[in-house]
Write a protein that binds this ligand. Structure first.
Ligand SMILES: [Zn+2]
Length: 249
């Protein structure tokens, strides 16, 4: 055979091997295409691509940032429908200058708020802080005996529904004692200051005026609840109750 023809033949054979290998590769590739890997650029497969029925679950885009369910969360939503466990006791510290206890975060924020108010000649008094489940229960029964069940229910949260058990609620008054735990507290300088400023320290007015049908508790201008500064700002701006804000009602 001519040497030239022989060389050409070898080249043709090598090319044919390459083409065969290429075809084989494409064939294998199309068979394992169920296992998605970076799509090759030359895609046009004649066969319809089978979409895997079980697609990888998309990671949720809306992350639940605020936990309103755990007793230990500072954003725990507690009311007559969402009770706190009767055995729950938070970590507590004694609030400086008082004989009351609160959760450390709430205590720090409270003291910061008291200091800021003092600079504006407002003297806040802590009437009530943490109450254990049993303290709340006996207090509630005292109210019931004194005012009847219906009124006791409006006045104060039933055992297990009180934010005082979370160590995150405070009942506040003025140093002058004016309208202590009465609705008229809203008109005192302390009441007004709290209404306008408490949210800056993470505290919100928990039982606002005209919202008893939502919160289940009558308007209590002295009762504030710590939920953290960021959330308090949002709730304050929204003009909603915690129930409405977290769309639980
Ligand atoms: Zn209270």
């Amino acid at each position: 055979m001519d040497k030239n023809v022989q060389t050409k033949l070898i080249i043709v054979i090598i090319l044919a091997i390459f083409i065969l290998l290429g075809l084989l590769y494409m064939f294998i590739d199309s068979k394992i295409s169920d296992n998605p890997k970076p799509t090759p650029t030359m895609e046009p497969t004649i066969e319809p691509t089978i979409i895997p029925t079980e697609e990888p679950e998309p990671t949720p885009t809306i992350e639940v940032i605020v936990d309103i369910d755990s007793d230990n969360s500072i954003n725990k939503l507690a009311n007559k429908e969402k009770l706190i466990s009767d055995t729950y006791v938070p970590e507590l510290v004694q609030v400086e200058g008082t004989d009351k206890k609160l959760r450390p975060e709430a205590a720090d924020a409270y003291l910061e708020m008291v200091e800021a108010a003092k600079n504006e000649n407002i003297n806040i008094i802590l009437i009530s802080g943490y109450r254990s489940y049993s303290e709340q229960r006996s207090l509630w029964y005292t109210y019931e005996e004194k005012y009847g069940r219906k009124y006791a229910n409006r006045m104060d949260a039933t055992p297990g529904a009180s934010e005082h058990q979370l160590g995150l609620a405070v009942d506040l008054g003025g140093a002058d004692g004016k309208c202590k735990l009465y609705e008229c507290f809203e008109n005192t300088s302390t009441g007004k200051w709290l209404f306008e400023n408490a949210y800056k320290y993470g505290y919100i007015l928990r039982y606002p005026k005209g919202k008893e049908s939502v919160t289940g508790i009558m308007y209590s201008p002295w009762h504030y609840r710590y939920i953290g500064k960021e959330e308090a700002q949002k709730v304050f701006d929204s003009n909603l109750t915690l129930e409405e804000f977290y769309q639980d009602k």
